[in-house]
Design a binder for this molecule. Structure first.
Ligand code: MG
Length: 249
């Protein structure tokens, strides 16, 4: 996956591709950071149904413990305004799920908090093939086909973690073609950062370079070819991208 430089992404490469490190570009965006952290990414954990209103909008019960699934690291791509987001729109509805993404900076041990172990924060989208997922749920099959496809996990550049207290009260937002379709704050989560980190660490292991997509607030919906997405952190643009259809083969 690493193509030679530390970020795993050539500064001259503008193709839509999976990446294995943090963003090294994005200077034209109003990023809430002065120095992007560049580290390889390892495991990509995702949390389902972590906001009550989102669980309700899909007709799902509120979980009694974190619901964890994974995406391949190959699903990652960047929302740096220079890549299009090539998605399999021909496979049914592709929904946007705007999420806060934590990057873990060290081996996590029992009792450690987000303030001790998180070294980066980004906004990301957990793109979901909703029709495919509905069918997989009916059949009791794993979610990989609905959640793990290429480019299903685009990220803004990482900022240094502002600390849990500052992070949870900061609003984040997704604009689709200029209209706000999702907004939230981590203070509305069912399971907070510390609980998610402990749960994932205990059950699956959590270490340097791992990511956690922490769940989406309400307002998920389908994207179409040509749609423009803009992700905002505290009202400022942190990343953007344009939707493109994956060529059908
Ligand atoms: Mg999600």
């Amino acid at each position: 996956m690493n193509t030679g430089n530390k970020a795993g992404l050539s500064s001259k490469d503008t193709s839509n591709r999976s990446v294995g490190g943090a963003a090294s570009r994005g200077d034209e965006l109003a990023l809430p950071t002065t120095a992007p952290i560049v580290r390889p990414i390892r495991n990509v954990y995702c949390i389902g149904r972590n906001y009550k209103l989102h669980a309700a909008e899909l007709g799902n019960a509120v979980p009694s413990e974190p619901m964890v699934f994974m995406k391949p690291s190959h699903a990652l791509t960047w929302l740096d305004g220079q890549h299009t987001l090539s998605l399999p729109l021909h496979k049914g509805a592709v929904h946007h799920e705007l999420e806060l993404v934590l990057r873990i900076g060290r081996q996590v041990e029992s009792g450690m908090t987000a303030d001790e172990v998180v070294d980066g924060l980004a906004l990301g989208i957990d793109f979901t093939l909703r029709d495919v997922q509905d069918e997989l749920k009916k059949q009791g099959h794993p979610w990989l086909a609905a959640k793990g496809f290429l480019h299903s996990a685009p990220l803004t550049p990482f900022m240094a973690y502002p600390g849990t207290e500052a992070t949870i009260h900061t609003p984040f937002q997704l604009k689709l073609n200029g209209n706000t379709v999702q907004q939230g704050a981590a203070s509305d989560m069912i399971f907070n950062f510390d609980e998610l980190i402990q749960y994932v660490a205990i059950h699956y292991g959590l270490g340097e370079g791992d990511l956690i997509f922490t769940g989406t607030p309400a307002g998920v919906g389908a994207v179409q070819e040509g749609d423009t997405l803009e992700l905002l952190w505290n009202g400022a643009c942190a990343g953007k991208g344009v939707i493109q259809t994956t060529e059908v083969k």
